[in-house]
Design a binder for this molecule. Structure first.
Ligand code: ADP
Ligand code: MG
Length: 436
């Protein structure tokens, strides 16, 4: 029996989902298909491996974000946790108990979808009360009122969903899920339909609510800023697999792969060769120049490597003799300058065809550097990091943002009104499971 403490601990062990070849689509008639030819989850032999031997541990009571581009397998992962999709392999464990074979409504898990999936014919109060009534729970009114207060919707009890704003509807969806006291709340791009300002406000709200209820939140998003704002732990997912998992600052400061380095913020990645150790540093040759990285910031000690440095860690000087002691540099020409108010983003094209991205904070001190200027881009080695250069890294040598897929996920669960999804949303029956 799981202790109260670990009851919300979620573990995915080797979780895998393989969809059949096109034409013999499994699941709900192709509604999850993205644009043809999208390089997302690994495909082959006509099938798609949407989730590929995923291992993941989510501590009880934590705010966990699953971050990745559209099509990388986030929704499929959540649906397997909710019981809406049957895994091809692997297990789902909650509080140490194997729930892989449990029917969705028997799992102490609720889901909040991007589309809210509210009942249009029921008012706010009845939407929230739905799961409680189905299970014949006493004191429905008291519990619903407490939930509406939690999401700051007191006084809206008798409104129909259609009369509410997007943000308010999302709050109702949250209240409706949380009123069932799930051990884990799954949120699938829940703020994706809101405009930017409202999304930022709702992010803070979500965080407050999670802290207040202490339920384990697993939040799926393709928005790196959202993941970093909300989560204690972020797992970066790519093509069905987890590339790196950790606190946001750790992932940002020391990414494990080129994908993470460019999905969580941006990075300049210089392709080079490791020359070896030199004291506490690792020495690298790239573009005919030598660079170093502290050994504890190097993920490889030999062979082909990518020397990474974040654009905001790079400074611009006019000439090499203006570069501070201890800094490393590469010279080039400013090929683009974008003034963004809080910063100016420069592109510096070096003699060897590498383009560096440089963000200069608008602190009122730094002069604007005109396009065409000869400059020296420099940084302190403690801000650099070194990655293994694998053949699959496509974004080496460029600072181009790989968030190409950051367009809003079109997999909005518009068909969330299927029975299973409605159960997942309202949690009808979920208390049965948590009583055990
Ligand atoms: N029912 C399905 N049948 C076939 N392929 C699917 C199905 N659901 C998802 N896929 C495919 O699995 C991959 C992952 O999809 P999904 O989990 O929805 O990604 P995400 O939520 O990260 O955008 C995609 O390539 C998608 O096209
Ligand atoms: Mg999705």
């Amino acid at each position: 029996m799981a202790s109260e403490e670990s009851a919300g601990k979620l573990r995915l062990a080797g979780l895998t989902k393989r969809f059949g070849p096109a034409g013999r689509r499994l699941g709900s008639a192709g509604r999850r298909f993205g644009p043809a030819g999208r390089r997302s989850a690994s495909s082959g032999e006509g099938g798609v491996t949407a989730v590929d031997r995923l291992d993941l541990s989510v501590p009880a009571g934590s705010f966990f974000a699953l971050l990745g581009p559209s099509g990388c397998g986030k929704t499929t992962t959540l649906r397997m946790v909710a019981g809406l999709e049957e895994p091809t392999g692997g297990r789902v464990l909650l509080g140490g108990e194997d729930i892989t074979g449990l029917r969705p409504y028997r799992r102490p898990v609720n889901t909040v979808f991007q589309s809210y999936a509210l009942f249009p014919h029921l008012d706010v109060f009845e939407n929230v009360a739905f799961g409680l009534r189905r299970r014949g729970v006493p004191d429905v009114a008291g519990q619903v009122r407490r939930m509406l207060a939690l999401v700051q919707l007191d006084g809206y009890d008798r409104q129909r969903p259609a009369r509410l704003s997007g943000g308010q509807q999302q709050r109702v969806a949250l209240a409706r899920a949380l009123v069932n006291r799930p051990r884990v709340l799954l949120l699938d791009e829940p703020l994706g339909a809101l405009d930017l300002a409202l999304r930022r406000r709702m992010q803070l709200e979500l965080k407050r609510i999670q802290t207040e209820v202490g339920v384990t939140f697993v939040h799926v998003t393709h928005d790196q800023e959202e993941a970093m704002t909300l989560a204690d732990t972020v797992a970066v997912m790519n093509a069905g697999r987890i590339e790196q998992l950790g606190p946001p600052a750790e992932l940002y400061e020391f990414p494990a792969t080129a994908f993470v380095a460019n999905f969580l913020g941006r990075s300049n990645l210089l392709a080079g060769t490791v020359l070896g150790r030199g004291g506490d540093d690792v020495l690298v040759e790239a573009y005919g120049r030598r660079f170093s990285v502290p050994a504890d910031r190097a993920r490889t000690l030999a062979g082909a490597a990518l020397l990474g440095v974040r654009p905001e860690k790079v400074r611009l000087a006019g000439t090499a003799d203006q570069v501070p002691d201890g800094h490393q540099w590469i010279d080039g020409t400013v090929s683009d300058a974008a003034y963004l108010g809080v910063s100016t983003q420069y592109l510096v094209r070096t003699g060897r065809g590498v383009e560096l991205s440089v963000f200069v904070a608008a602190d009122g001190e730094a002069p604007r550097v005109p396009v065409g200027s000869a400059v020296v881009a420099h940084w302190h080695p403690r801000h650099a990091f070194l990655l293994t250069h694998s053949s699959t890294d496509t974004n080496a040598d460029s600072s181009v943002d790989t968030n190409a897929d950051s367009s809003v996920d079109t997999n909005a669960d518009s068909s969330a009104d299927t029975n299973a999804d409605a159960d997942a949303a309202t949690g009808a029956g979920s208390v049965e499971a948590s009583r055990s």
